[in-house]
Design a protein around this ligand. Structure first.
Ligand SMILES: *Cc1c(COP(=O)(O)O)cnc(C)c1O
Length: 436
């Protein structure tokens, strides 16, 4: 909120009081030994979650942004820790990291971005620059003016990530039918954007691509959460001019990293726009730790197979299902959503009257219990979403992100909560349901 009246006014006295309170708290807190040199070795580091009083939990929900997505695999964490100890020229690392990933994913080009949402901005900026033959610094101020009039981006489904294109000076043109789509192209069209997991798709993808090709307009696909299957990392960029993936979702890299893959002409423009270049991407810096983490995560995912990932999830879900099997009224089954979040999920169906609580209450209690556990937001859903049926009487649990042994902990905590809901955490029926 920008309304200054809504903010607490900082008075000098208040400030001094706050300072005194802070000093008192600092004096009372156990002080870590002062490091004598910046590079002094520390065995395990400080647990800042603990120090800051930040709640941690077991993520049996999935790669949701609000839940800080995935934890990076050990090999990726180690590569990041190592990268943090040396300086590099950031543009050299950006170029070489991108080239390495392009080569490994058989893509023509790659730009490592600050997440998939950032990749959408970079795609729009690259297409706008290519169409107008302008400079990075001209975006957005001169875009859509008589000097650089080409700024229209056609989309099928308006969604939150459109804003990332708008900030490049793009005008978003939403179409609903193939006829509308055909009519929407004109000399100012610079790109089309399509969400792979879109639920209200009315225009067949083949037509979408063919019509754009006739007009010579590049097509970007948002496939942020659409891995696995691992092969999506190379097959989609064969069809689409540009594809983005989130680095911190299934690929298990840093949450603030992502990939823009596809035609080198555009990924080169995107790479050339990143900091220290001033312009629309200046705030989308990818730090050396994220760049190396993204590269290491691609190496990690390419060492996996869909079968090994699915087997790991299925084995863990089977552990949970067996722990839950004799809970009254409970029936479990495994589902795999078709497009996005395409990995096994355990559906724990039960009769709320027998259990004495709704799925929403069970989810809230698990979230506020000890250990705190987050389960999938599709829990208790009354509407279908991303190809998954409504589940008004079911919990939805995922296992792909768990550390070894957490399957048993999650299974036992869910069992305890279903057997005696009031014994775990708390529940406020008036509270807004946890949304992600
Ligand atoms: C998660 C997601 C994004 C954003 O990804 P980030 O890496 O968090 O920026 C964009 N589009 C879709 C469809 C997503 O699911």
């Amino acid at each position: 909120m920008s309304n200054s009246k809504s903010k607490t006014k900082v008075t000098r006295r208040g400030f001094l009081r706050a300072q005194a309170a802070f000093a008192a708290a600092a004096a009372a807190a156990p002080m870590p030994a002062l490091a004598v040199a910046t590079h002094e070795k520390s065995a395990a580091g400080v647990d800042y979650y603990d120090k800051l009083g930040v709640q941690t939990f077991i993520n049996a929900a999935g790669t949701y942004t609000d839940l800080s997505s995935a934890c990076m695999p050990e090999s990726v964490q180690e590569a990041v820790a190592r990268a943090a100890k040396k300086w590099v020229h950031i543009r050299e690392l950006q170029q070489k990291g991108g080239a390495y990933i392009a080569n490994r994913l058989k893509a023509e080009g790659c730009c490592i971005t600050a997440g998939a949402a950032s990749a959408i901005t970079m795609a729009a900026a690259a297409c706008i620059q290519a169409a107008n033959n302008c400079k990075p610094i001209d975006i957005p101020r001169l875009i859509g003016t008589p000097k650089y009039p080409k700024n229209e981006i056609i989309t099928q489904t308006p969604y939150g990530y459109d804003e990332g294109m708008v900030l490049c000076g793009a005008k978003i043109v939403v179409v609903n039918t193939l006829e509308e789509y055909k009519r929407a192209f004109n000399e100012n069209t610079v790109m089309t954007n399509h969400e792979n997991a879109a639920e209200t798709v009315k225009i067949p993808v083949e037509d979408w691509l063919a019509v754009a090709k006739e007009h010579g307009v590049p097509c970007h696909l948002d496939a942020a959460a659409d891995m696995p299957p691992i092969s999506n990392l190379w097959t989609l960029a064969e069809k689409w001019d540009l594809v983005c993936f989130s680095g911190g979702k299934g690929i298990r890299g840093p949450q603030s990293a992502g990939l823009l893959l596809g035609k080198k002409k555009y990924t080169d423009l995107a790479n050339a726009m990143l900091p220290p270049v001033e312009g629309v991407a200046r705030g989308m810096k990818v730090a050396k730790e994220q760049l190396v983490g993204m590269v290491a995560a691609v190496d990690w995912i390419l060492a996996q197979t869909d079968e090994s990932l699915f087997k790991e999830s299925n084995d863990r879900l089977a552990v949970m299902a067996s722990i839950l099997k004799d809970v009254p009224s409970v029936k479990t089954r495994v589902i795999v959503p078709a497009v996005a979040n395409h990995y096994p999920q355990l559906v724990v169906e039960f009769d709320p009257k027998v259990i004495g609580a709704t799925p929403r209450e069970i989810r809230a209690r698990l979230s506020s219990g000890n250990p705190a556990i987050e389960i999938n937001p599709h829990t208790g859903a009354t509407k279908a979403s991303q190809g998954v049926d409504p589940m008004p009487n079911a919990l939805v649990v995922t296992a792909m992100l768990l550390f070894p042994g957490q399957d048993k902990i999650v299974g036992e905590q869910i069992r305890k909560t279903l057997k005696n809901p009031k014994s775990v955490g708390s529940y406020d029926p008036a509270a807004v349901p946890i949304r992600l």
